[in-house]
Design a protein around this ligand. Structure first.
Ligand code: FNR
Length: 184
C-alpha cells in the first residue's frame, strides 16, 4: 500500500483546493490511499507559544501522518500571486523544531499543485513555494504539473471536482506521483 498525505492550504468550506485534495483520494489507483488535511486547528506561529506549550495538537498529528506517509501532496491556493499565509504558517509549524525537519521533509517525495479562481490556476503560487521546499530539502516530483484555472467552473453543485478532462489529469497526476513515491 502506498500512503500519501494531501495538504490543502484552505480553510474555506467549499475550497477548490480541498476539492482537489479530495479528488486525489477519490481517483487514486488501487493500492494507493490519500489522506486529506487542511490547516484547520493550526494557530498562528508564535515562538512564545511554542516555548511554553510545544507544538499544537493539530501540528503534531499532521507531522506524524506525514512522517508515516510515502509522499506528500501540497495543494496550494494562490493569494496575490504568492503563497497563502495560512498554508505557509502550517508548513512553518511543521518545520519545528529544526531537528525534526529531516524526518518530516528531508528527501520526502512531494508533489506541488493547486487551484485558483484566476486564469493562472495557482501557477504563480507554485513557483513561489520553490525556495521554501528547497530549504526543507524535500524530493520534489517534477514528473507532472497540475494547475486548475477558473476552478469554480470545474466543480459541481456539491463542491466536488466534476470536469471530466480535469479528473483525468488528476488521476494521471496521482498515479505518477504514487509511482515516484516508491510503491506505485
Ligand atoms: C485571491 N485569489 C487569487 N486567485 C488567483 O488566481 N490569483 C491571485 O493572485 C489571487 N489572489 C487572491 C488574494 C486573496 C487575498 C484572496 C482571498 C483570493 C482568488 C482565489 O483563487 C480564490 O479565493 C480561491 O477560491 C482560493 O482557493 P480555495 O479557498 O477555494 O481553495
Amino acid at each position: 500500500m502506498t500512503q500519501l498525505v494531501a495538504l490543502s492550504g484552505s480553510l474555506r468550506r467549499e475550497s477548490f483546493n480541498t476539492a482537489l485534495a479530495n479528488a486525489f483520494a477519490e481517483l487514486a489507483p488501487a493500492g494507493v490511499s490519500v489522506e486529506v488535511f487542511t490547516p484547520a486547528g493550526v494557530p498562528l506561529y508564535d515562538a512564545d507559544l511554542e516555548a511554553a506549550e510545544g507544538l499544537p495538537e493539530a501540528v503534531e498529528v499532521l507531522k506524524e501522518r506525514i512522517m508515516s506517509a510515502d509522499g506528500m501532496i501540497l495543494v496550494t491556493p494562490e493569494y496575490n500571486q504568492g503563497v497563502p499565509g495560512v498554508l505557509k504558517n502550517t508548513v512553518d509549524w511543521l518545520s519545528r523544531p529544526p531537528a525534526d525537519i529531516k524526518r518530516v521533509f528531508g528527501d520526502r517525495p512531494l508533489a506541488l499543485c493547486g487551484a485558483s479562481a484566476g486564469r493562472g490556476g495557482s501557477r504563480a503560487a507554485q513557483y513561489a513555494w520553490l525556495p521554501t521546499l528547497r530549504a526543507l530539502g524535500v524530493r520534489l516530483w517534477n514528473g507532472g504539473q497540475l494547475y486548475l484555472p477558473a476552478a469554480g467552473e470545474l466543480m459541481g453543485d456539491d463542491g466536488r471536482l466534476v470536469d471530466n478532462d480535469m479528473r483525468e489529469r488528476v488521476e494521471g497526476f496521482v498515479r505518477g506521483f504514487a509511482e515516484f513515491s516508491g510503491h506505485g
